[in-house]
Design a protein around this ligand. Structure first.
Ligand code: 5AD
Ligand code: SF4
Length: 469
């Protein structure tokens, strides 16, 4: 059931924020927190809410876990290696806890929403004080207050779908690009995926709430609005305003900005949506359209609810309506029962679609999902070889696609200095392609025209030819 926080709950939430801030003031402590979010942008967005609450409680933030009052890990469950990393990090915090009696360690997010993980943490990681799931983020102020004032730790992981709340403050990490979740949860139950189990059923924010948040962000000077949801294409079913209509309303907002979104599910991605993108002023000419596999047999076993024929039809229509469209995808290699012949069909599909970029993952068994019970006879070594083959093919395609931009002018949102080559600025084009170029810091946060001179497999390089206005 979809439920919004009641007035009383919102009041209680605010009360605990105030009480915790007062506690720190009374003890003359200016608390410091290290907050780390793993995984997808949805999780990063949750992390911004966590930081928003902590900031209101009086916390400052640092980039390292040394000498802090609070370490908070916001975890991811989508693949096993993400979980291994978290356990490794928590183990390493034991020493910090021994040398700093004030330190509170909190672990939240998708990974701990799984019962078996919460139990493992409770049994074997006594240095963790607060364990909270995806549905109790808004209860963090109370959990922290109880730990600080009564030394009460807790495990707070109720089942269900959680609440929708418009009341949590957000502390945005990026001054140019704002993450805006439009829906939470997922109803699809792809057989490999743990998300529906840890994030609950689909629930959408009201269109009016999204539109007013985006208007405000644009007024504040944000230049990119990234709309987030596990399956944005099924946005709004419960309110009668679908994703295409939401995009239309957002695109009508005046200003110089762009709108991007992720993730799209091919079964729900409509031609209407493609038309809205094609006719828009602000929406990126980029669709991240995870195909997962190019074999119909495997798509069926994954419960993806589309065929390669449907997918390719959609791609063809999108390319015809948006000639400079950039397509990216997710692919799982080595799903249980996948044969080399199935895998080759994925390679063939990639050669047909010609993605700019593919995010490729070796299948990772997730407890509680349907695929975890399927026979999986192919060895990890063999899957690794398939993965290498796929990466080589995609590398060549990406480079060929990017070479087509040489000599062309792209509109680029300049996001800052390139981390690896600080003599360059970097940003993304309207097609969401990474563009590197020389220029002064005054360009950061503005849209710049860049003439492309060089292509690499993951980005292009060029020279500025003046601002877009
Ligand atoms: N194993 C490997 N990859 C997975 N993904 C989701 N679940 C798994 C899993 N169990 C991938 C899918 C999804 C992306 C976010 O992560 O490709 O689109
Ligand atoms: Fe997982 Fe499928 Fe939902 Fe994506 S659509 S979150 S892959 S169940």
């Amino acid at each position: 059931m979809i439920r919004e926080l009641s007035g009383d709950e919102v009041a209680l939430f605010g009360e605990y924020i105030d009480k915790t801030r007062a506690f720190f003031l009374s003890t003359n402590v200016r608390p410091k927190a290290y907050v780390h979010s793993y995984g997808c942008q949805q999780n990063v967005s949750d992390g911004e809410k966590i930081k928003g609450m902590l900031a209101e409680m009086g916390y400052d933030f640092t980039d390292t876990p040394d000498n802090v009052d609070l370490i908070l890990l916001n975890t991811c469950a989508v693949r096993e290696n993400a979980e291994d990393k978290v356990f490794g990090n928590i183990g390493a915090f034991k020493k910090l806890k021994e040398s700093n009696r004030r330190l509170i360690i909190a672990v939240g997010g998708c990974m701990v929403q799984q019962q078996h993980i919460a139990e493992k943490l409770k049994a074997s990681y006594p240095m963790v004080d607060i364990i909270f799931g995806t549905h109790t983020v808004h209860e963090l102020p109370r959990m922290l207050y109880d730990k600080l004032t009564k030394n009460l730790g807790c495990v707070n992981i109720p089942d269900g779908d959680g609440v929708l709340t418009e009341s949590i403050p957000v502390r945005r990490d990026n001054a140019i690009k704002a993450y805006v979740p439009i829906m939470y949860g997922c109803n699809n139950f792809c057989t490999y995926c743990v998300v529906p189990y840890v994030r609950g059923r689909e629930r959408s924010r009201k269109a009016d709430a999204v539109v007013s948040e985006v208007k405000e962000l644009i007024q504040q000077g944000y230049k990119e609005i990234l709309l987030l949801g596990q399956n944005v294409n099924s946005y709004g079913k419960e309110h009668g305003i679908g994703f295409a209509e939401l995009l239309r309303r957002l695109d009508a907002i005046e200003g110089e900005y762009k709108i991007s979104f992720m993730t799209s599910h091919p079964k729900d991605c409509t031609r209407e949506l493609i038309d809205v993108i094609a006719d828009s002023a602000h929406i990126e000419h980029h669709i991240h359209l995870p195909v997962q596999s190019g074999s119909d047999r495997i798509l069926k076993a994954m419960n993806r609810s589309y065929t390669t024929e449907h997918y390719l039809g959609l791609v063809e229509y999108a390319k015809s309506r948006i000639p400079d469209l950039s397509l990216t995808t997710d692919i799982i290699v080595g799903f249980p029962g996948e044969t080399y012949e199935d895998f080759r069909q994925t390679v063939k599909l990639m050669e047909t679609v010609r993605y700019d970029m593919a995010y490729t993952f070796i299948y990772s068994k997730r407890e509680g999902t349907k695929a975890a019970d399927m026979d999986d006879p192919v060895s990890d070594k063999e899957k690794g070889l398939w993965m290498r083959e796929l990466l080589e093919v995609q590398g060549d395609i990406g480079l060929e696609n990017y070479r087509k931009y040489i000599g062309k002018i792209l509109d680029v949102l300049c996001e800052g200095r390139d981390k690896n080559k600080p003599e360059y600025l970097t940003g993304h084009s309207r097609q969401n392609i990474i563009v590197r170029f020389a220029g002064g810091d005054e360009l950061v946060g503005s849209f710049v025209k860049v003439k492309i001179t060089k292509a690499m497999p993951w980005a292009v390089e060029g020279e500025t030819v003046g601002d877009t206005d």
